[in-house]
Write a protein that binds this ligand. Structure first.
Ligand code: CO8
Length: 263
């Protein structure tokens, strides 16, 4: 299947989704967000995909935000609906049961930072720039940025960035905890793929359980979070992978995970 604004490729067990509107610095228009939803459907339905990577076409931008030329023409209801569809799509991305890595290769502004924040973590090129500059357009982030950035870096840092619209280079974003690792531009994808492949070899059930425990637990108090972890841990113990992983350790060999539950 081909897309107008995205490229979706699969190599072995790793899917790579490339935002592909380089002339507009990969800005998110309504069609692109709809296509993103279709790719998420595909990833959800494909048990062979173990990790999803997001990146941007060209050497300048990951995503330079929502498409400002479209935004400028929207009335209140259209803008509200676009914000809601974007939020829902990014939440679906966040809720995928496999790891999702943002490979941020350039500008990640507005909706670009927002979609990267919906991924499990961010690896960035030295050239990457992050920020929520919507305030300079007389608006605010509308794809979950006020919520995810505040949860990640704390409310005070998030408010400073959002109220001023300041953009920050990769090194600053790393210091704030937005970015996990920084690479030379030509080494970014190799670094991302190395981590993706390492995660793809792990058990699907335990990866899913770990992601659910962290994500769902973060929305709860510590006691509830620990109960969520406890249930997720017990679920892992029902998997073939738990038997295989522990047995492989005892037999001093590498585990071969299948991602299946026992009956
Ligand atoms: N939307 C549409 N087109 C864009 C966007 C964008 N967000 N960003 C860049 N472009 C286009 C430019 O218009 C230009 O097109 P053209 O060649 O036809 O003139 C082309 O991309 C190249 O851009 P520049 O010439 O501006 O390149 P520079 O290197 O000079 O600057 C920047 C690069 C700094 C990234 C600059 O393009 C810029 O500031 N872009 C806008 C960044 C921004 O403000 N992003 C936030 C957008 S709002 C948003 O994301 C809200 C999300 C929530 C929406 C909720 C739904 C209602």
């Amino acid at each position: 299947m081909t897309y107008k604004h995205l490229i979706y490729e699969v190599e072995e067990t790793i899917g790579t989704l490339t935002f592909n509107r380089p002339k507009a610095l990969n800005a998110l228009n309504q069609e692109l967000i709809q296509e993103l939803g279709v790719v998420i459907d595909r990833v959800e339905a494909d048990p062979d995909i173990k990790v999803l990577v997001l990146t941007g076409a060209g050497n300048k931008a990951f995503v330079a935000g929502a498409d400002i030329s479209e935004l400028a023409e929207m009335n209140v209801l259209q803008a509200k609906q676009f914000s809601q569809i974007g939020q829902e799509t990014f939440s679906r991305l966040e809720s995928l049961t496999i790891p999702v890595i943002a490979a941020v290769n350039g500008f990640a502004l507005g909706g670009g930072t927002e979609v990267a924040l919906a991924c499990d973590f961010i690896y960035a090129s030295e050239k990457a720039v992050f920020g929520l500059p919507e305030i300079t357009l007389g608006i605010i982030p509308g794809f979950g940025g006020t919520q995810r950035l505040a949860r990640l870096v704390g409310p005070n840092r998030a408010k400073e960035l959002i109220y001023t619209g300041t953009t920050v280079p990769a090194a600053q974003a790393e210091a704030y905890g937005i970015v996990n690792r920084i690479f030379a531009p030509e080494e970014l994808m190799a670094g991302v793929m190395k981590t993706a492949k390492a995660m793809a070899l792990k058990g699907r059930v335990s990866i899913r359980a770990a992601k659910e425990a962290v994500n769902t637990g973060l929305c709860a108090d510590l006691e509830t979070g620990c109960k969520i972890e406890n249930n997720a841990f017990a679920l892992c113990m029902a998997s073939q992978d738990a038997k295989e992983g522990t047995q492989a350790f005892l037999e001093k060999r590498k585990p071969a995970f299948t991602g299946t539950l026992t009956k």
